[in-house]
Design a binder for this molecule. Structure first.
Ligand code: ADP
Length: 407
């Protein structure tokens, strides 16, 4: 069973083709700068030369056409006919309160997705566009939607409600939704697999730390709380996003600096976090770590704020679950920064967290147990693979919908 995974953004399309029988990647690629000058496709078939094609890509339709062409290409292709693709799995950022799992994308679901545009105005429209183009170009192939929010739909009311008038929840569905759900679910499952334990018996905190970051408490295999909320801005500080702040700051700043709604939004989402606290050093962790080593105080204070924020979430979620068995680090920073893992885990011995710093550094970037033998909590590094999780869910849904033999 071959599954195509599509992640359609406003000006890019990321794709992967998997053979699920072997759980192997056949090809991956990226269409970039859609509708912008200098558009191109980079196609990487496994075990073959890669293809880079600079070509005018005015819209998503042309982008997907190029993906299909590349997959079928006599030299760079990996399939002979489009009919080899059993299903397409799409990443969809927001599934609102309706979807707690992945779904087959029929007309009803598509109508509902349009209703969620209000909740994710930047992400859902290009996701929906990608789905429509694939439905058009691959009409006989089932399409499945996999939502970033779905895994967090198990969060109980006490954790998803905000302390604002309840009517706003009823009227506008303002509540904690959470994001990166596909990644949190994937690493939680992998953690249980790695330890040979039943996911249902574990209390896990998963730290997805990339350009966007979120921490999730996973109890008995279910998300019970997560640090991103209604928007993609709360929790720990991120590349350019502010993380948790006192809401009183917003009207105060708007008044003092005479800012419009758009301008304050831009500051909180695009000019804050690492970039803002470091006064412009960078939104990239590698640059901050390099500067901090050289003694740059702006870089150092930014890292300290992040480490402290992470410690607080670990403490809070340990309390929320009344215990902790496993702590997982994943995504760009979580997988690749031993310095951050050490800084976050040190002085957490009260919680039974102890890491072996040699393994922490030696095994950097790889799947590894980095805690000491006597650590009460097992600390893991697990490279995330959201695309594989999307392919996995898509295959599962299509298998369930396929008419059984004899029916
Ligand atoms: P996204 O959220 O866009 O998917 P990633 O998961 O790729 O982001 O994470 C990007 C972050 O990972 C950047 O801050 C980058 O600096 C950081 N990162 C990547 N490699 C390293 C490394 N070797 N050491 C420290 N940070 C790293």
């Amino acid at each position: 069973m071959k599954i195509l995974v599509v992640n359609s953004g406003s000006s890019s399309i990321k794709y992967r083709l998997y053979d699920m029988a072997e759980e192997s990647l056949l090809a991956k690629g990226l269409v970039e700068r859609i509708g912008i000058e200098g558009s191109l496709i980079n196609h990487y078939p496994s075990g073959k030369d890669f293809l880079k094609k600079e070509i005018d890509i005015p819209d998503h339709r042309k982008g997907i056409e190029l993906v299909i062409e590349a997959l079928l290409d006599s030299r760079y292709g990996v399939i002979k006919s489009i009919s080899e693709i059993s299903a397409v799995g799409h990443r969809v950022v927001h599934g609102g309160e309706k979807y707690s799992g992945s779904v087959l994308l029929n007309e009803d679901v598509m109508n509902t997705l349009n209703e969620f545009i209000e909740l994710a105005p930047l992400h859902n429209p290009p996701n929906i566009l990608g789905i429509k183009v694939c439905q058009d170009l691959l009409p006989n192939i089932p399409q499945v939607g996999v939502f970033d929010t779905a895994f967090h739909q198990s969060i109980p009311e006490q954790a998803f409600l905000y302390g604002i008038p309840y009517g706003f929840y009823e009227k506008y569905r303002i509540r904690r939704y959470g994001f990166h759900g596909t990644s949190h679910k994937y690493v939680a499952q992998k953690a249980a697999e790695m330890l040979g334990k039943d996911l249902k018996e574990l209390k896990i905190i998963t730290c997805h730390l990339g350009n966007g970051s979120s921490i999730t408490a996973v109890k008995e295999g279910k998300s019970i709380d997560t640090s991103l909320g209604f928007g993609t801005i709360s929790g720990v500080i991120m590349g350019t996003r502010c993380g948790d702040i006192d809401p009183a700051i917003i009207p105060y700043l708007m008044e003092k600096e005479n800012l419009s709604f758009k301008e304050i939004n831009n500051i909180l989402y695009k000019k804050s976090g690492f970039m803002g606290l470091s006064e412009g050093i960078s939104s990239d962790m590698r640059d901050l770590e390099e500067e901090a080593i050289k003694g740059n105080k702006r870089a150092k204070r930014t890292l300290d704020v992040l480490y402290y924020g992470l410690k607080k979430y670990i403490g809070a979620y340990t309390a929320a679950m009344n215990g902790l068995d496993v702590l997982v680090f994943t995504a760009g920073i979580g997988e690749n920064s031993p310095k951050l893992r050490r800084a976050v885990c040190e002085d957490l011995n009260f919680f039974g967290i102890r890491i072996d710093d040699k393994i922490n550094y030696d095994q950097n970037g790889k799947k590894a147990i980095i805690s000491t033998e006597d650590s009460k909590v097992t600390v893991l590094v697990i490279p995330t693979d959201e695309e594989f999780m999307i392919a996995h869910d898509t295959a599962e849904i299509c298998n369930n919908f396929r008419p059984k033999a004899g029916h």
